[in-house]
Design a protein around this ligand. Structure first.
Ligand code: HEC
Ligand code: HEC
Ligand code: HEC
Length: 476
C-alpha cells in the first residue's frame, strides 16, 4: 500500500513526519495483531493437548456428565458468555481454576482435573485464556445439573480433598528435553493419570501405581506402563503414536469409549513431535504388572496377519454361511449380527473402517469389560473421525446371547480358548453402578448422624429455654 500526500496540501512541513508515524502505528498494530493471533493459536493447541473439549464440548457449552460413585457432576459452560460462562474471568481467575480448583464464586469438584492441570505453565495459561475469551459465547446453561447427595453436595468439603491430594506429587521425572516435554504433556496437560492411575478410597490418585490402569465411567482405562502383557510393552512406538492420532493402530486396536472422545477432541490435533514425546515418556514409566492378562495385548509386528479381503467377498461368504444347515448357535448369531461388517472369518473391511476381529485387542484382553460395553452399546458414528457406527445389541439380544457372542469371538478370533462369560457378567456391565467406597459411605452416614445430633441438641435447647420461661412466668 502506498501512502501519498495529497498534491493540494503538500505544502505542510509536518506531512512526512505524519506519514512516518502512521506507518509506524500500522506496523505496530499489525505486529500486535500477529502476536495476538499467535497467542490465540497457541491457546487452542493447549486446549487440544489438555482435552478441554472432551468434557466442555467443541463449542465450550459444557454438559458432559462425569459419572462418579457419589453421583453426576456436569461440566460447566466455559464459553465467554458473561451470564452462563466465563466471560467475566480474567487470566488469574482461570489460573485459580486450573491450579487450585477455585472459580470466582465456588469451589469445583476434582471431576474437573485440576489435580493434573496444576502443573500447567504460566505461558500456556496466558494463551489458553486468550483463546477462550476469543470464542463465540453460548448463551445457555448445560441442560443437566450436577446431582450429588448430602453431604457431597456441599462443595466446601472439597477443601479436605485438596488438603489431602493437592500437595507434592511423586511422578516419574525426566531430564532430557524431549522426555520433559513428554512428561509435561502426560502428567499435566493430557492428565492421562486422571483416568489411567488407580485411585484410593477417597479418589486420590495413587502415585505408586502411576498409570497402572483404573475403571472410569464403566470402562477400563488400561495399564499404560511398560508391562509386556497388560501394559504397552507389546506396542511399538508407531502403534502408540497411531492410536493417539487416529484412535486405531495396526488394524488390531480401536478406541471406542472415553478414550475415543479424548482422541477426537484432543490428541488427534497434536503435532508429530508431541506425540513422539508422549510415547517416549510413557516408555520410561516403570512396568507394573496388573490384572489377569496372560497374552500380550497386541500380537508382535511379525505375527500380525495382513487383513486380506476382496470386494464382494463379505456378501458371498454370508450367503454361503446362512444357507448352511449345521451352524452352532453362536455361529448363527455371529453370521446374522456381525458378519456383514466384520466378515464371516473376522477379516473385517479395513478400507471401510470396519476393523478385523482376528487378533483384535478387544478380544485378546483377559478383562472383557470394554468388549461387553461395545457389544451392548455399540459405537456411535463419528466417535472417531471417518469411522462408521457399530450398532449396540442391548435392545436386540439377550444377555445370554451377548455372552455367547463374546465367548465365540474371543475364542475364534482373539486367542482366548477359555472364554466363559455368562449372562450375569453381561448384566453386571449393563447395569454397572460404581459402588461408593466404604470410607465415603461411612463419611456419609456420619454426616447424617451429625445432622440428627444437631437436631436433637437444638430441640433440647428450645425445650429448655421454653421451660425456663414458663418457670420464670410462674415465679413472677
Ligand atoms: C474430565 C472432564 C473435564 C476436562 C477434561 C476439563 N474440565 Fe473443566 N470442568 C469439568 C467439570 C465436571 C466442571 C464442573 C465442576 C463443578 O461443578 O464443581 C468443570 C469446570 C470448569 C470451570 C469452572 C467454570 C465455572 O463454573 O465457574 C472452568 C473455567 C473449566 N472447567 C475450564 C476447563 C479448561 C480450560 C479445561 C482444559 C484445560 C477443562 N476445563 C477441562 C470437567 C472437565
Ligand atoms: C477420560 C479418561 C482418559 C484420559 C484423560 C486418557 N485416557 Fe487413555 N484410555 C481411557 C480409556 C477408558 C481407554 C480404553 C479404551 C477406550 O476408551 O476406548 C483408554 C485407552 C488408552 C490406550 C490404549 C490402551 C490399551 O491397552 O488398549 C492408550 C495407549 C491410552 N489410552 C493412552 C492415553 C494417554 C497417553 C493419555 C494422556 C495423553 C490418555 N490415554 C488419557 C481413558 C482415558
Ligand atoms: C454396521 C457394522 C457393524 C456391525 C453389524 C458390527 N460391528 Fe463391530 N465394529 C464396527 C465398527 C465401525 C467398529 C469400529 C469402532 C471403533 O473404531 O471404535 C467396530 C468395532 C468392533 C470391535 C472392536 C471394539 C474395540 O473396542 O476395540 C469388536 C470386538 C466388534 N466390533 C465386534 C462386533 C461383534 C461381535 C458384532 C456382532 C454382535 C459386531 N461387532 C457388529 C461395525 C460393526
Amino acid at each position: 500500500m502506498a501512502i501519498k500526500a495529497e498534491p493540494g496540501r503538500s505544502t505542510s512541513k509536518a506531512a512526512p513526519f505524519q506519514i512516518a508515524t502512521t506507518i509506524t502505528a500500522l506496523t505496530l498494530a499489525s505486529a500486535t495483531l500477529a502476536e495476538n493471533t499467535e497467542l490465540i493459536d497457541q491457546g487452542e493447541y493447549v486446549a487440544r493437548a489438555s482435552g478441554c473439549m472432551s468434557c466442555h464440548q467443541e463449542d465450550l457449552s459444557g454438559g458432559y456428565e462425569v459419572e462418579t460413585p457419589m453421583g453426576t457432576i456436569v461440566a460447566s459452560n466455559i464459553s465467554p458468555s458473561h451470564q452462563y460462562g466465563i466471560g467475566g474471568y480474567d487470566r488469574d481467575d482461570l489460573a485459580n481454576v486450573l491450579r487450585r480448583g477455585v472459580s470466582p464464586d465456588r469451589r469445583l469438584y476434582p471431576a474437573m482435573p485440576y489435580a493434573s492441570y496444576r502443573g500447567m505453565s504460566d505461558a500456556d495459561i496466558d494463551a489458553l485464556h486468550a483463546w477462550l475469551q476469543n470464542q463465540e459465547p453460548v448463551e445457555e446453561a448445560p441442560e443437566q445439573d450436577t446431582d450429588l447427595p448430602f453431604p457431597f453436595n456441599i462443595s466446601t468439603g472439597v477443601i479436605g480433598w485438596n488438603w489431602m491430594f493437592l500437595g507434592e506429587r511423586d511422578l516419574p521425572l525426566a531430564d532430557d528435553p524431549v522426555l520433559q516435554r513428554g512428561a509435561y504433556l502426560v502428567n499435566h496437560l493430557g492428565h492421562c493419570g486422571e483416568c489411567h492411575t488407580p485411585r484410593n478410597d477417597f479418589f486420590g490418585m495413587q502415585d505408586d501405581q502411576y498409570l497402572a490402569g483404573e475403571m472410569i465411567d464403566g470402562w477400563l482405562a488400561p495399564n499404560l506402563t511398560a508391562d509386556p502383557e497388560s501394559g504397552l510393552g507389546s506396542w511399538s512406538d508407531q502403534d502408540i503414536i497411531d492410536y493417539l492420532r487416529t484412535g486405531q493402530a495396526g488394524n488390531v486396536v480401536q478406541a471406542a469409549g472415553p478414550m475415543a472422545d479424548f482422541v477426537r477432541h484432543g490428541t488427534s490435533h497434536l503435532e508429530d513431535d508431541d506425540l513422539a514425546a508422549i510415547t517416549a515418556y510413557l516408555r520410561t514409566i516403570p512396568a507394573i504388572a496388573t490384572g489377569v492378562q496372560d497374552i500380550p495385548l497386541l500380537p508382535s509386528q511379525s505375527e500380525r496377519l495382513d487383513p486380506a479381503h476382496s470386494y464382494g467377498q463379505v456378501r458371498e461368504e454370508i450367503v454361503a454361511v446362512l444357507t448352511s444347515a449345521n451352524l452352532s448357535e453362536p455361529e448363527q448369531l455371529y453370521a446374522r449380527h456381525c458378519a456383514a461388517c466384520h466378515g464371516v472369518t473376522g477379516q473385517g473391511q479395513p478400507q471401510a473402517y470396519y476393523p478385523p476381529l482376528v487378533q483384535n485387542a478387544a478380544l485378546r484382553r483377559a478383562d472383557a469389560n470394554n468388549l461387553l460395553q461395545v457389544l451392548l452399546h455399540g459405537v456411535p458414528a463419528g466417535k472417531l473421525e471417518r469411522v462408521p457406527a457399530m450398532p449396540g445389541f442391548a435392545g436386540e439380544l439377550s444377555a445370554d446371547q451377548i455372552a455367547k457372542l463374546a465367548n465365540y469371538t474371543r475364542s475364534t478370533f482373539g486367542s482366548r480358548p477359555d472364554s466363559a462369560l455368562t449372562a450375569a457378567d453381561v448384566t453386571r456391565v449393563l447395569t454397572h453402578e460404581d459402588e461408593m467406597p466404604a470410607p465415603l459411605r461411612t463419611l456419609q452416614v456420619l454426616a447424617w448422624v451429625g445432622v440428627a445430633a444437631l437436631i436433637v441438641v437444638v430441640g433440647v435447647m428450645i425445650w429448655w429455654i421454653a421451660r425456663r420461661r414458663k418457670t420464670k412466668l410462674q415465679e413472677g
